[in-house]
Structures are given as C-alpha cells and as structure tokens.
Design a protein. Sequence first.
Lengths: 336, 335
Amino acid sequence: MPDGASPVLDVRGLKTVFKTRGGEIHAVNSVSFHLRPGELLGVVGESGSGKSVTMMSLIGLLPSPPAEVRGGEVLLGGRDLLKLAPRDLQAVRGAKVGFVFQDPMTSLNPVFTVGNQIMEPLMKHMGMTKAQATNRAAELLDLVGIPDARKRLKSYPHQFSGGMRQRVMIAIALACDPDVLIADEPTTALDVTIQAQIIELVKDLRQKLGMAIVWITHDLGVIAGIADRVMVMYGGQVVEQAPVKELFANPRHPYTRALLKTVPALTGARAARLEVIQGQPPILQGEPVACPFRARCAHALPRCEAENPARRAIDGLPVGHGHDVACHWSPEAAHA
Amino acid sequence: MLTFTLRRLLTAIPTLLLISLVIFLLVDLAPGSPLSDVPLTVPPEVRQKMLEAMGADQPVLVRYLLWLKQFFWIEPLYGIDALFGTDFAQGAQRIISWQSKMPVMDTIGERLPQTLTVVGTAYLIGVLIALPIGIYSAYRQYSWFDQAGTFFAMAGFSVPTFFTGNILILIFAVNLGWFPTIYDTNLEVVDWASFKQMLAQMALPVMVLALFNAAEISRYTRSSVLENLGQDYVRTARAKGMGEGKVVLKHVLRNSLIPVVTVIALGLPTVFGGAIVTEQIFKINGIGAMLIGAINVSDLPTVQTVTFIFAVLIVMFNLIADILYGILDPRIRYD
C-alpha cells in the first residue's frame, strides 16, 4: 500500500470516558490512527483494552450516558464525525461505515426476516424501492456465499447457522458499499473451521470491493494472516503500531512481546504450561499519568511510574506511518 | 398453526368439563338454601314442594348432569332458535334462576352489554395508555417521566378499585358535580345529548378500571422494552443507521410485545372478575353485579353458569395468547 495515499479514516487524539458511580473510567486515551483506502488494519489487545470502545466511539454507537466522547477528531471523507448532528451521523452509519459484531447469534433481530434486515439500510441510505432492495439483498446474500439467496431472504435468523448468520451480518454491513468496514471480533464466537471460512470470505470481498477494514481481534494468528498493519492496544492506549511483518519480526513493546510469547507453538516439544502474562489489566480510573502496563511489565523503569510514555517512531517515519511504540524502555538499551 | 389450534381446542374440552364439575361441587358445598328468603311462615310441606319444583331436591350428580345437558345442548338450541326463528329446542327445560325464575342465559344476555361497554372500553383505554407510557419510560429510564410513571403505576396497582372508585366519586361527582355517581342501565343512545350523557356516566368507572389495567400493563411493557433495548440486535439496527424511532418502534417493540401480549390476553378475563367490585360501586347492572346478587341468595344455577362462562373465557384467552405468541415470534412454531 503506497504511503502517500490520503487516508479514508483519520482518527486523532480520541478520548472516551465512562461516567460511573465509582468515578470516571478513561476507556480510550488519546487514540490516533488512520486507515488508508483498501487497507486492513488489525487491532489487537486483551479484553478491556479499549479496542471495541474506540471503534464504537467513532460513529456514536456507545450509549450516552454513561459514555462520553471527550475529545479528538474522527475525519471521514473530510468531515469530523464527532461534530455531526445525530441525524447526519445516522446517514453515515451503515452507509459509509459498516459494522460487523462479535456474536452473530444475537446480533440479528430474531423476529424479522433476514431479507427485511438487509433491505432496511438499502431503503434508508440508497433510497431504493422495495423491489430494488429485494434484488440487491439477494445479490448481497449471493456475494457472501449463501446459496439459494432469493429464497433465503424469507428465512428468519434462527433458521441459519452461526457462520451463515455472520455472513448475513457481513452482507448487511456491506449493503451500501461503505468506505470502511469495522469488524469487531467477527470470528470469536465461531468454531475454527467457520472462522477460516469467514476470514477467507472477507479477504475475497476485500479484493472484489476494495473497502478499508478495521479488524478487531485478540487472535494474533488471524492478524498475521490477513492484516496489512497492526495496532496493539493496552489500557485504552495504542502501545505499538507497525506493518504486520515488522511487528511479528521485531516487536518493541514489552506487552507485544509478551503477547506474542503466549501463542503456543505448533511444532517442537510441547510446553509444560502455556505462557501467560502475569497480573490483571488495569482499572482505568482518572487521567492516565503513568504507563498502564508498568505493573505487569518485565522491564519497568522508575520513569514508567512518573510519565505515561508517548508514541515514538523507531524507523524514522512519522508516528502512525511506520513502526512506532509507546514505551520508555528499548531492547537496544537493555543489551548495551 | 391450524393443527395446533385444533389440538388445543380439543384438549380444552376435558379441561372445561373438569372445571365445571369442580365449580358445581364447590357451589353446592356453600352454605345457604335457595329458600332462605322465603318467609318462615311457609309450612315445611310447601317448602318441600318448592324445592321439588326447582329440582333442588335431587342428588348433586343428577343436578350436575342435568346442568351439563342444559348448558351444552339445550341452551345452544335456544340460541339457534332465537337467531334463525327455528324450533329445535321444542320447549325443553332451560337453566332457570332459582331467584328470578327466569332463564339464566336471558339474564346474562341482558347484563353482558353493560359490562362489555364499561369493561371493554376501560381495558382498551388502559392498553392504549399503558403501551406508550411503558415504552417511553423504558427508553428514558430513570428520567422524571419514568419516575412519575413508576409512581402512578405503583399507586394504580396497589390501591384497590373500591378505594379509587370512591375517591373519584367524591372528587368528580360530589364536589365538582361533573359526572353522575350511578350508572343508568336504561339509558339508550339515540341522539347527541344522550350520547354525552352516556359518556358522562361511563367516565368514572372507566377511569377506575383503566387506571388499574394501565398500571399493570405499563409495568410489563417497561420491563420488556428495557430488556430488549440492551440486546445486540438493537446495536446492529443503530449501526445500520436506522433512526431512533425505527429502532424502538420496529426492532425493539416487536420483540417486547411478545410477553406483553400474553399479559394483555390473559388479563382480559380477570378484568371481568375485577369489574365485579367496580360494578357494585357505580351500580352498574352488569354481569358482575348479577353474580354477586346470585351468590347472596344461593341461586346455584346462576352462580354455576356465570362462573363457568368466566372459566370458558380464561381458557379461550389462554389459547388466543398462545396463537398471538406464535404470530409475533417466528421462533415459536407449534407444528
């Protein structure tokens, strides 16, 4: 992907806070990233690292209250989505940005036919008549690999298997030919063979349709197979970001390194115990003043207590374009 | 769905037969005699003759079987005769009230319209008020509207109708003088003036019953909508760019209505029972007042017949609730 292409989605300094009785939870802290046309950005991190909340903040999908987007810019096609009126934001959701969620068993409305649910955005955003929308919906089902598409439009979600429902979700997300597809752990709830099918489907659709994709997952294996670039999140912050090959070959952040170690090897002697990262993810109360990973970090320095590290480039390219990391420690310094 | 309905109708027959037997035995066990309002000066042999004339001297089982025959065979024949001017019944013995010596079915036919006008209107208004309140309360959970709705629902549901009825009479009939206190059964709507009079006399009992029903149904609607608002498919609908109106009134409502419809359908027959009290307060000559009157003088045939009709209504609305359930929720298919 040429680096010069202007991004379809540019997120700068996004901050999201949840107001709770016990105080404010800073779930997303100054997250910046961009997405170039046709690019697939993998977002990894453990549960509670802010991956999903970041993506839902972009298009106002978080319930408010308790969530509140405090700052930053989300530029899509030259407009800042955070400044749009609710009605204008509705016109963006489903039209310019498609969303696929984690659990296909509950993400479709059980009492409406699959066809009805695919046709809704078509009629709303593309101004199609019912007949046009029916034709397009059948095309979409065909596109995501559901046989006998026209007949299946009349089926209800419970008549579909999990994998087929996720295909339907993808059809809905792609219905209006969006610029950006956000896939929030789309394969987590599926068994492994179906996972592979869905991943193949998305790869294939990306070739055909050319939309940019954000793929949220905690499965590093999936990321290695499909992503162009990877963003690692921890404690509501981006801790490392790099092209996929670079990240796997040369991880810089202690968290990324630890995360890669947790992937069990398929060859060689079987390890007695699987690797884990000791400790619990942090509770994100208050403005972050220290590195969120310090308590679990193998290389923590005194400085990590006092200062939340900013992202710094390590290959000379501007932050966000090449390989960057938010850490005070560096492997070279340790070895020197 | 059709086979399901037929099967349910068939299984309803033994259920209803059993219910009718239990009701009959219970009513028969109740103390009191059909002659309790006959003066004590009437000699015992005359009393015996009177009992024999009413058939009250027969054993319970004989009376029960006779009632069964009359209710399921002879009364329908009279019904057909009345509709088509035929003569199938050929003057067979009908179910006769011990109190009025009139056929019970005729009295029910006279009383039912009063009950249906008041109770039916009240229930309809109750549902129409409850649904929007329940939906909006859930959508704006913990807002002042929700708090106010919760307060009125608690009050409406926990304060009995005989209390609210009297309070309303005190305020609107006695102090303000807007509405009459007594429901005039003989009033016939022929012109605008009598129509207004009808509305005025219906206002208070309808208000009492509607408040009670709305309180219950709005609570059910609220909790059902709340439960569905948090579901993943709601987030999907929003992610598709659907407006809030469509999200709530299409996606959430259809799912939320499934349990609410059951409550509405199953609540309907109990409304007839609840109306008994309200009919007493407002002197409505409805079916509830008829039942109370019959119980007071041990008029067994009337009590038995009216109670059994309530039982039939309950079984019937159970079935209707099940069928509506299947229509609203495609995951439920009975065959």
